[in-house]
Design a protein around this ligand. Structure first.
Ligand code: HEM
Length: 195
């Protein structure tokens, strides 16, 4: 019962973050027009919008991580015998844990970088950031792990809702790839196409 409640709270925080991610990706696509990007972020960075969004995201991340750790602890205690290894392609548990720690680190570093940006020259700041190959690789790695995490967790949500068909899974993959592909397009464009 308590575990079910925890799972719901975690899923709710996940949904809040996913909605933000769709909004953030779509607004980042405005980068392909410097005027549109600057106009959007000028409004976004005025007043309390940016700080309210940031606060909401920090609270959602904190809840999501805290509840995830709690659920893991409860599951580990309840399971005295390990699952049978019937799936040949299952990713080892320690790699899953490492990838989630990396994703968390990626988000924290990205937020710190975004706070250090000079908001009066955001277009130039983002351009300069992705002219560096290590930064491009770091973001692509973060987006790859985000793709795996979202596709896995959204498939779990669908399963809880009883939607297990191939069509639903295909839709989840298409949505996740559109999201992370949209994000990746900006650093890739800056690094490979911009002069
Ligand atoms: C690679 C593509 C990405 C680009 C180009 C990008 C760009 C930006 C920029 C320019 C800001 C500062 C906005 C401002 O000054 O108001 C920002 C903030 C932020 N980004 Fe990203 N971002 C990317 C990917 C991501 C991803 C994948 C996540 C989460 C998993 C994320 C989460 C955030 C958060 C939480 C903030 C702070 C809140 C806000 O200012 O909206 N970003 N990002």
């Amino acid at each position: 019962m308590v575990l079910q409640l925890h799972k719901r709270v975690m899923a709710l925080a996940g949904v809040v973050m996913t909605v933000y991610l769709v909004f953030h990706m779509l607004s980042n696509l405005s980068f392909f027009s410097e005027a549109a990007f600057t106009r959007f972020y000028d409004v976004y960075n005025t007043g309390l919008i940016r700080w309210s969004v940031l606060l909401l995201m920090l609270v959602a991340i904190a809840i999501h991580v805290k509840v995830a750790i709690k659920i893991r602890k409860v599951n580990a205690k309840a399971r005295t015998i390990d699952y049978a290894k019937h799936d040949k392609f299952k990713i080892p548990a320690f790699l899953v844990t490492l990838s989630i720690i990396f994703l968390f680190g990626f988000i924290v570093i990205h937020i710190i970088q975004s706070l250090l940006f000079d908001t009066s020259a955001l277009y130039e700041e983002v351009t300069a950031q992705f002219q560096s190959a290590p930064m491009l690789l770091f973001y692509l790695a973060g987006l790859l792990v985000l793709t795996m995490h979202l596709s896995h967790s959204l498939a779990n949500v669908l399963q809880t809702l009883g939607k297990t068909s191939v069509i639903y899974h295909g839709l989840v993959w298409a949505g996740v790839l559109a999201l992370t592909g949209g994000f990746a397009s900006v650093p890739l464009y800056i690094y490979f196409v911009m002069p």
